[in-house]
Design a protein around this ligand. Structure first.
Ligand SMILES: Cc1cc2nc3c(=O)[nH]c(=O)nc-3n(C[C@H](O)[C@H](O)[C@H](O)COP(=O)(O)O)c2cc1C
Length: 296
């Protein structure tokens, strides 16, 4: 049994079943006495999220796959909503970095936050690859530019254009043709002239978030995990920027896949460049969603 209840400790309060997304622990009346038991009908649906263990006031429930000692006591927090809002508002996408490495202790602290992100199916399938070695970043860049050069050639050819449209669908095709490639045209030129590396933004560190291709929520999982890292980085004084050019290069380039040692059944779905910001923003630009409304 994946989940076990110690009946000697359990007071049948039923909270574990109430917080469980699938109501796997169920509290029933047995001979005029309340008892919490594991539903044999639903135990196979257990996502092993550990919420039952985390909420039990009596330490009476265990999930076999989760080490009890790794459950940390919840602390009373004193976080001010204004401060949190300011933190969110003051986050900027940082695209210009100081030529200064990010110490591994800081990167590891950022990764600590990434571990806590929620995941779509409850499975912990997201992986992270960090590149902070300048030489590795340089060869990674070289391969990434090759991918985009190849793409530009294909898009300049009527048959290649048709193939991409068919393979990627109209929406991605339009984005590539009207948004990504006009910028890439310049990025490639500047890279070749040794002026700048706009794909990687000359970052001292890059984080890639990858997921199995069969994971139904892989893209979301990677994006949310990346955002956890971004917010932690901000608190630690490290600037970051989501980067949409890097994941397709990782997935398409056999050289990058080899360099990353990325298994064939995994793809990179999110990436962030990071480093110490070269410039300090003085003002918060106006940001509003397209719409916010309550329904009657
Ligand atoms: C999903 C996603 C992908 C993004 N991809 C890129 C990118 O490839 N390159 C880039 O410079 N910025 C990228 N950004 C950053 C946005 O362009 C940025 O959020 C926008 O310019 C607003 O700036 P702000 O984040 O400072 O508010 C991305 C942001 C998101 C949410």
């Amino acid at each position: 049994m994946k989940v076990r209840i110690n009946q000697e400790l359990c007071n049948a309060c039923g909270i574990c079943g109430h917080v469980c997304p699938r109501h796997i622990p169920e509290t029933i009346n047995q001979e005029n006495k309340k008892i919490t038991m594991i539903s044999s009908e639903r135990i196979a649906l257990c996502m092993e999220c550990g919420h039952c263990v985390a909420v039990c006031p009596k330490h009476a429930i265990k999930v076999e796959s989760l080490n009890e000692e790794k459950f940390i006591s919840v602390k009373e927090l004193n976080i001010d909503d204004n401060q949190l809002l300011s933190l969110l508002k003051q986050r900027r996408s940082i695209r210009r970095y100081k030529d200064k490495p990010v110490p591994r202790e800081i990167i590891n602290r950022i990764i600590d936050a990434a571990h806590s992100s929620p995941t779509g199916t409850g499975q912990r399938t997201t992986g992270i690859i960090i590149i902070d070695n300048p030489k590795t970043l340089a060869s990674f860049s070289e391969h990434a530019y090759q991918v985009y050069e190849m793409l530009e050639k294909l898009l300049n050819n009527p048959i290649g254009k048709l193939i991409i449209k068919r393979k990627k669908g109209k929406k991605t095709f339009r984005m590539l043709q009207d948004f990504v490639m006009p910028g890439m045209h310049w990025y490639t030129r500047w890279y070749k002239e040794g002026k700048s590396n706009e794909i990687l933004r000359d970052c001292p560190a890059l984080i890639l978030f990858h997921s199995p291709i069969y994971e139904p929520q892989g893209e979301y999982n990677c994006a949310i995990t990346a955002f956890h890292a971004i917010m932690m980085a901000q608190v630690l004084g490290i600037g970051t920027c989501f980067n949409d050019l890097i994941p397709p290069a990782c997935n398409k380039s056999p050289k990058i896949r080899e360099q990353l040692n990325l298994p064939a059944d995994r793809e990179v779905y999110a990436s962030i460049t990071m480093g110490y910001s070269k410039y300090q923003f003085k003002r918060i630009p106006p940001r509003e969603l397209a719409e916010v409304r309550y329904l009657k």
